[in-house]
Ligand binder design. Sequence first.
Ligand code: F6P
Length: 546
Amino acid sequence: MAEQAAAGIAGAWAEIAALAGEAGAGAIRPLFAADSKRFARFSRRADGLLLDLSKTSLNDRRLGALIGLARAVGLAARRDAMAAGETINTTEGRAVLHMALRGEGGFRTGEEDVSAEVAAVLGRMRDFCAAVHDGTTLGATGERFTDVLNIGIGGSDLGPAMVARALWTPAAPMRAHYLANVDAHAWEALRPNLDPARTLVLVASKTFTTQETMTNAALVRDWLRGTLGEGAAGHFAALSTNLKATAAFGIAPERVFPFRDWVGGRFSLWSAIGLSLGLALGWEEFSKLLSGARAMDGHFLAAPLEENLPVLLALAEIWHVNGLGYPSRAVLPYDERLARLPAHLQQLEMESLGKRVTLAGTLAAHSTGAVVFGEPGTNAQHSFMQLIHQGTTPVPCDIILVAKPDHKHADSHRKLLANGLAQAEALMRGKPASEVRAEMAAAGVAEAEIARLLPHRVFPGDRPSAAILLPHLDAFTLGQLVALYEHKVFCLGALWGINAFDQWGVELGKQLAGAILPELEAGAAKPGAHDGSTEGLLRELLGSAG
Ligand code: F6P
């Protein structure tokens, strides 16, 4: 049985490789030339969100082979096992149930009713937000809390910070601030904006042991104590799975909002880790974010593979990474409010998929996780897009467009959309030598000069992009969008046969930092403890700090 499955998977990979090896497999222009209905045939919708994959070189045969891989790896059964609370994170012995955080109920792990616990914590979060907003819960000096400071890093920072950046408006109930880096310049930059009497501090850490977060929490506690004395304790709440450590830090149990180890850090913005959003944006907005994600969950769980947006997005990535050998991807939100989405996706995708060992413990036979980077459009156009248009290796792009803005500057918005559409068109269409030549000749450029400049001015084209179109950016559509990427990550884990839910790769650096710190504290490098470079740099730093 297992052998049969392995043979099926190997066969599917071989078919993809064969199709990708055909001449012109990466060409996109001829596909449009041959099919006037290509946009309609390679676009899909889920609850108003549109995914257009027509500007990739997917065609029926290629998509068929990719769907064949999805079937061979048992993608649908794996998805259902995740939803059923099975221990699919096998290297950490955990279920993966972030869907339960936005579900309407019915999620379990074994005998445990996970949804009941989720509802109870959400209820406590909602009541806490209401008490802060209506002034029932006040600061130590009797003032209302106007600012919430979330101290956390990685998944305990990026998701909420990205959403707050996207959805906060001056009409929101509180201001939100995010402190992540152990570099105290970050704290020093934030501090002047905060009044201790009106600042509520959330210490957000799944483990409550993360060095950066605990260091920053201690700094901020000292700052609060400097003005408020013992009253500082009333300015803290904790978001964590480690209830012993939150108690040891001195946070009262009623101020601890727990979640469970079946939520991965990078999937945790829907859990208690999202409390800063309930406070800063209002509970209704946080609830809408959950509903948007829930809508995408419903689609992911029910839609056939061929219609399933996360599945299709993942299959396009398999085609690009494994078929065509494009190892990276750019995320280009044409909406300034999504400025932190690329950073969130960097963690979500690269921490999940940056694995070279399969679930079976063998070396992966195929390349895995793409390098993800991005910036909002149009800024990206004046930065790294040169490489994407004319560099040696194509970089597939996700171009995220929002139809309706929340400002009244229609001209600016039209220019923004024109640029987003134009980038995707330029990437695909390119500019052949004939066109460049004709343009230069018409401008009166001398033949010798045309010959000299021509190769520099040609755009190769056939560079793929996926367009994601949101009717409007709001809590619901942002929830859909983030859940779309989360499920895409799950699918890629299944397709590559790796565990998308652990992150052992972050541990070694933490351990080594733990060994170097005492040397910095002592002001002396331990001879022979490191390689020559590390020891040399350490001595330089100690000398310069001297
Ligand atoms: O070091 C990586 C990591 O464990 C991430 O996976 C996680 O999101 C981040 O650190 C923060 O961890 P915690 O929430 O436990 O402080």
